[in-house]
Structures are given as C-alpha cells and as structure tokens.
Design a protein around this ligand. Structure first.
Ligand code: VGL
Ligand code: ZN
Length: 210
C-alpha cells in the first residue's frame, strides 16, 4: 500500500437517511457511497462519523421562514443561510444513519447543527466558527495526523469538513468515489473538489487505499 495509514482517521460525514434517495434532502446516487465506505472501513483502525442533528425549529429550514422557499437565502445570525427542506430532525428516521452503513468499529459520533440559530456544515465548527463539535480536539488527543474524508454531501458538509481539517493542520485526503454532491448548480461538486485540492487536500480514489 502506497499510503501509510499510521496515525490516520477515516471521517464519515452525514451518511443519514435524509441525504439518501427517498430522504428529505436526497443526494443523487448518495447510496452508492455506502459499499465504498464499508470497504474502506476495513482498512482503518480509527473511524469517526458526523451526524447532522437539527431541532425542528432550526433556522436552516425554509419551513421556519414565513413565505420563503427552499433554495432561497436569508440572513441568520449575521451569516448568509441557504434554506433547506426540513431534514435530519433530531431523533427522526431521517437523522438516523443508513442501516447498511457499518458502524461497529466507530470510536465516536459528532453531532452538528444542534443550535437552531446557526447551521453547521463542517464536522469541526459551526458556520460562524464560534463553537466546536469536539472533533478536532478529539482527533488531536488521539495523535491523529491524517484524515480521510468520505460521505455526504460533497459540496456542503464534506467540503467544509475538509477545509477545516486543513486549517486545523491535519494532512487531509478526500476519497472522491466515497462522496456525492447535492449540485444545486450542475458543477458544484467538481468546483468543490477543485477548491479542496487548491487548499491542499489530496484527492484519492478508494482503490488507491485498498
Ligand atoms: C448538509 C445541507 C444541510 C450536508 C447538511 O450534510 O451536506 N447539507 N445540512
Ligand atoms: Zn443540515
């Protein structure tokens, strides 16, 4: 194997029912990442996951803004916020991990988006970078130096997780066949891949690790 996986963590972002086909904020072909991620997990000793976990009054839901539609933007706590369909409401089926996603060897799950007043795309910080989820300190406390990011959605939560991992000093890899994007605009996923690479992420395919 070309890449040394010592001190590495696999991060599985938001592989939850609402982001999968049939879900409230379904990502096209989102389910295709599940077998890829399950196979990847066999190669990692250290695996963590993130979980989008919103109260029903969350400010990112169009339904909580009178007269606003999904896809429109509003100001939320001083930040521009895209409005989403109601998704990943805490304790709901939509917020649960897909049943075929292997979770037997996970160390921890980090919930995000729990504060109704601010969204949290990254697995590390909220969008205003005011609060941490604990993921960064946790990985550092375990001497993790490299992170391999997978999951949904490539153009939102995966991208922001990768960008913050780089800012926090992790050597950061994106496994491109283990992620899929929302693509509100057709090129959003490719643009996100380019942005991540430009900031220093290494883009890999799962075959490069298996
Ligand atoms: C996500 C939009 C809203 C994601 C979460 O997991 O990428 N996208 N909430
Ligand atoms: Zn969300």
């Amino acid at each position: 194997m070309a890449i040394d996986l010592n001190n590495s963590a696999l991060i599985i972002v938001d592989v939850q029912n609402d982001f999968l086909p049939g879900g409230a904020l379904a990502v096209n072909d989102g389910d295709k990442v599940i077998p890829v991620i399950n196979k990847l997990q066999e190669n990692f000793e250290f695996i963590v996951a993130t979980q989008d976990w919103h109260p029903s009054n969350h400010g990112s839901f169009a339904a909580n803004h009178e007269g606003k539609q999904v896809g429109e933007t509003v100001g939320l706590n001083g930040l521009e916020q895209i409005l989403w369909p109601t998704h990943c409401v805490e304790e709901s089926f939509g917020a649960a991990f897909h049943q075929e996603l292997d979770h037997n060897n996970w160390r921890e799950v980090f919930k995000k988006g729990t504060n109704p007043k601010i969204d949290s795309y990254s697995g590390f910080f909220d969008n205003g970078r005011k609060e941490q989820t604990g993921l960064g300190d946790y990985l550092k406390s375990k001497k993790i130096a490299k992170v391999f990011v997978t999951g949904l959605a490539a153009d939102y939560c995966v991208k922001f997780t990768v960008m913050d991992a780089l800012d926090l000093g992790f050597q950061t890899f994106l496994i491109t066949d283990a992620t899929k994007g929302v693509n509100l605009a057709a090129n959003d996923t490719l643009d996100a891949f380019n942005e991540m690479e430009k900031k220093g992420a290494v883009l890999l395919q799962s075959d490069d690790l298996l």
